[in-house]
Ligand binder design. Structure first.
Ligand code: ATP
Ligand code: MG
Length: 433
């Protein structure tokens, strides 16, 4: 065992009071019972970078059963590799037993593309550090002594603000290609540069993402685009040829825009505006939905597709539905989209046609729709991107703010301005029903 670097509290500046109190109590209970236990991974990294950790994970020498003996509120989960969740009511903390990296000489443990098939054996704290992905994710914090324990040169990397893969980057990306996406995510989120040797193989290995389960890619995409640095993330993903494996249709839409003149690049502008908006919402602590991200990224293909279906003689609404079905069946080949999100995305798209109808009854009904807000936000983004006239965005913004009599006046004005398409339509439909 190599000697780890132990950095005392006076040198690293991590303040233990920033660690969740309940996580501290778990660490104390386990060390009090004679086990090794450390705060580990993202929490140590984020605290050293003066950021707020999302969660406080713990690594220990105790087995799940031993953890449960010390902390009876533990629930043991997972079959292949068992993890302990220590509960405080509904809230829980993940406590994992030290794990060894898989043995690279054992071909039986890696798949056709070098992926790890079954990696899970208990190990020492050092082995637990070495099986992690990036050095900055492999630091341990010892609450008892206040030391940060570094087996992998992570403190140096933090100093240089760089993300470095532990071990041979090519081997580690082959074992788990999702690590390439994690590199992009951490670099963007933490404003770190990817160290040259860790960066170099990514482009060439990007195609390995094809072998990753679409459900896992979906989870990873959410973390990528909802991390508060969405545009930078998109640019970096594209730079390394990773984006095309996640959203092939969006990549080709962006390329089409790049091939045309900048005037007509309204899709690229829509994506930029939407990503900026998402980041702003996340910074303000507002909720974001993946449905919106999908609505934006796939919009050009859906829009082109529905145009084609209309030209073939289909009614407008049905054309959008047909195009949406095509686009989703293509998309899920790369990454899966849970039904509840794809349904909402579809609604955002199909509702775009309703903004042209401005008679009072339809307007009131539309504004009551549970997806009105998302559809309206999307329509305004299209207007800001120059895809459609900005009049509708202004009109629908105003009508939400004014009182009833003014709403009525706005609708009447809109209708008398020759905007009486809607009247004819509703009448006709009523007669038919
Ligand atoms: P975040 O703040 O985004 O949660 P994190 O570092 O906590 O970042 P997690 O995905 O929660 O990331 O994983 C926890 C830890 O598990 C990581 O810090 C890393 O040490 C290890 N880890 C996670 N995924 C991998 C992977 N694919 N390969 C190797 N180690 C990994
Ligand atoms: Mg985490």
């Amino acid at each position: 065992m190599s000697k780890p670097l132990r950095v005392p509290a006076t040198q690293h500046g991590l303040n233990p009071r920033e660690i969740d109190k309940k996580a501290r109590s778990i660490l104390q209970a386990l060390t009090g019972a004679g086990y090794e236990a450390y705060l580990v991974g993202g929490a140590v990294r984020d605290l050293l970078l003066a950021k707020h950790p999302k969660d406080f994970d713990i690594a220990t020498s105790a087995t799940p059963e031993q953890i449960k003996q010390v902390l009876p509120s533990t629930r043991i989960i997972g079959r292949r590799f068992r993890l302990a969740h220590v509960h405080f009511g509904r809230e829980y903390f993940e406590v994992a037993t030290f794990r060894a990296p898989h043995d690279e000489s054992d071909k039986g443990q890696t798949g056709d593309h070098g992926r790890i098939i079954h990696d899970n054996v208990y190990g020492t704290v050092e082995e637990d550090a070495l099986r992690r992905d990036f050095s900055v994710n492999a630091l341990f914090y010892d609450l008892e002594s206040g030391d940060v324990i570094d087996f992998v040169g992570a403190m140096d990397d933090l100093e240089k603000r760089q993300l470095r893969m532990i071990g041979d980057p090519v081997v580690r990306y082959r074992e788990d290609p999702v690590r390439m996406l994690r590199a992009v995510r951490f670099a963007a989120k933490l404003n770190l540069t990817i160290e040259p040797a860790s960066e170099a193989p990514i482009k060439e290995l990007s195609g390995l993402l094809e072998n990753i389960a679409p459900a896992r890619l979906f989870d990873e995409v959410l973390k990528l685009f909802h991390g508060g640095q969405a545009q930078k993330t998109l640019d970096t993903l594209r730079k390394y040829d990773l984006f095309v494996w996640l959203f092939p249709q969006a990549e080709s839409s962006l390329l089409e825009d790049e091939a045309g003149d900048s005037e007509s690049a309204s899709y690229t502008r829509l994506v930029a505006a939407a990503l900026k908006n998402t980041d702003k919402r996340i910074r303000a602590g507002k909720p974001v939905t993946p449905a919106f991200l999908f609505a934006v990224l796939l919009w050009k293909r859906v829009n082109d597709g529905s145009k084609m279906y209309r030209e073939l003689g289909n009614p407008a609404l049905q054309s959008v539905h047909l195009a949406a079905t095509d686009v989703f069946s293509e998309q899920v080949k790369s990454l899966s989209v849970p039904r509840r999100f794809s349904n909402m995305t579809r609604e955002i798209w199909t509702m775009q046609g309703r903004f042209q109808f401005k008679n009072m009854r339809r307007v009131m009904g539309f504004m009551d729709h549970r997806r009105f807000r998302a559809a309206y936000d999307f329509m305004c983004l299209r207007a800001h991107a120059g895809e459609i006239d900005s009049d509708d965005c202004e009109w629908w913004t105003l009508i939400q703010e004014v009182d009833e009599p003014e709403k009525l006046a706005m609708c009447q004005a809109a209708l008398s301005q020759g905007n009486n398409k809607s009247r004819g339509r509703t009448r006709r439909r009523k007669k038919n029903s």
